[in-house]
Design a protein around this ligand. Structure first.
Ligand code: PLP
Length: 376
């Protein structure tokens, strides 16, 4: 059996190697390393895939979030609501721009931001909400958009973990994750569902004026060449990365299907085990399983992780510390115990290997060992 990886980028590459190698060689041949045709072509392909008018490629997912907040004209002291149970980047850019991150609780079933918690956190200073589509399924966007409309707030979707997921509205229509709010942001970090071979990111919007502003902010605040109307930043997707993404994009839905197959295997193996809560599928979203994350109940998590490691099975904790408990983000506003659900999740979640190349043999081996430890 092949060694089990948390994410098997090599196995995935082997299947598209001739196309990727040719595309990379093409960029090197024509030397248009920055803003070359591959970037524009990927942008167009991605706009079509997402069903959105504008994709603005940028250097990484963190920049995407930052540029989104800059383009919306948020000012120091403005409050931005996001979940404490997320990757730090979401809160980091808010703080970096001297906005005030207002952290809130998540829903314990889906791990996504709680609309009731958002509503309770709104003050006259609130300007935006950043829902994070954690682990691969959408936050409850319909409820969030209603709150945003009622209080006149921007919504910036952090879609870094859920690219390709479909949001299902109550009326039966669907829209891609990241295309519902004011702005969507994503990351092409190699291990993301649509990953490039280095850093990359993108911002999406339906709004023409906002798209122009986003493009300008990502390009030194430049309107016309060498005329700088705003203080911007320098954030570009390079042509080599765009070339890889263009090859991988047509596979994104089949990648999600492969991840779902692995998730279904795990679900079946762990069904009816009182010590394991398998991921709950939200009725409003498809799941693209960026992570397959269990909640353990009465199981020694470190012990399980060590046992799995001894069997050469990797497992990860996303995330061991919530943002409000990180040294850099601690505030008297959020004493320990302030977010009981989030804090409980940091203690009981564990993510198993999840990628597009898992074999039945590997899945059998992983589940057998998880159960051997849990049921001992
Ligand atoms: C990966 C990730 C980011 C940041 O993306 P980078 O490309 O690494 O900057 C932001 N938010 C979430 C939820 C992520 O998972």
């Amino acid at each position: 059996m092949q060694k089990i990886a948390m994410v098997d980028l090599k196995g995935q590459y082997q299947k598209i190697k001739p196309q990727v190698d040719a595309a990379l060689a093409g960029v090197i041949e024509n030397t248009a390393f920055i803003n070359g045709p591959e970037v524009k072509n990927f942008q167009a392909d991605f706009e079509k895939y997402l069903g959105i008018k504008h994709v603005i490629p940028c250097a990484n997912g963190t920049d995407a979030l930052q540029i989104a907040m800059m383009a919306l004209g948020l000012q120091p002291g403005d409050e931005v609501i996001t979940a404490s149970f997320t990757y730090v980047a979401t809160a980091e850019v808010i703080a970096l721009l001297q906005l005030t991150p207002v952290l809130v609780e998540v829903d314990a079933q889906t791990f996504t931001i709680s609309p009731a918690a958002i509503e309770a956190a709104i003050t006259p200073k609130t300007k935006a909400i950043v829902p994070v589509h954690l682990y691969g399924q959408c936050a409850p966007m319909e409820a969030i958009m209603e709150i945003a409309k009622k209080h006149n707030l921007f919504v910036i979707e952090d879609t870094a973990q859920a690219i390709g997921a479909d949001y299902k509205f109550a009326n039966g229509t669907t829209q891609k994750a990241g295309t519902i709010g004011t702005i969507g942001c994503t990351s092409f970090f190699p291990s993301k569902n649509l990953g490039c071979y280095g850093d990359g990111g993108a911002i999406f919007t339906h709004d023409d004026t906002l798209a122009a502003k986003l493009r300008m902010m990502a390009n030194h605040g430049q309107g016309k060449q060498y005329y700088h109307d705003e203080i911007g930043c320098n954030s570009r997707l390079d042509s080599l990365q765009a070339a890889v993404l263009r090859i991988k994009l047509p596979h994104l839905d089949s990648y999600a299907a492969a991840r779902n197959q692995a998730a279904t295997y795990y679900d079946k193996a762990f069904a009816n085990n009182t010590k394991i809560q398998t991921p709950v599928r939200a009725p409003w979203s498809t799941h693209v399983f960026h992570q397959y994350t269990l909640q353990l109940n009465g199981v020694n998590r470190d012990g399980l992780r060590e046992y799995l490691a001894s069997k050469e099975i990797p497992a990860m904790i996303y995330y061991p510390v919530a943002v409000h408990q990180q040294k850099a983000y601690r505030s008297s506003r959020y004493p320990d115990g302030h977010f009981p659900l989030t804090e409980a999740l940091t203690q009981c979640v564990i993510s198993l290997p999840m990628h597009t190349e898992l074999t039945q043999e590997q899945l059998a081996y992983i589940t057998q060992h998880v159960l051997a430890y849990i049921n001992q």
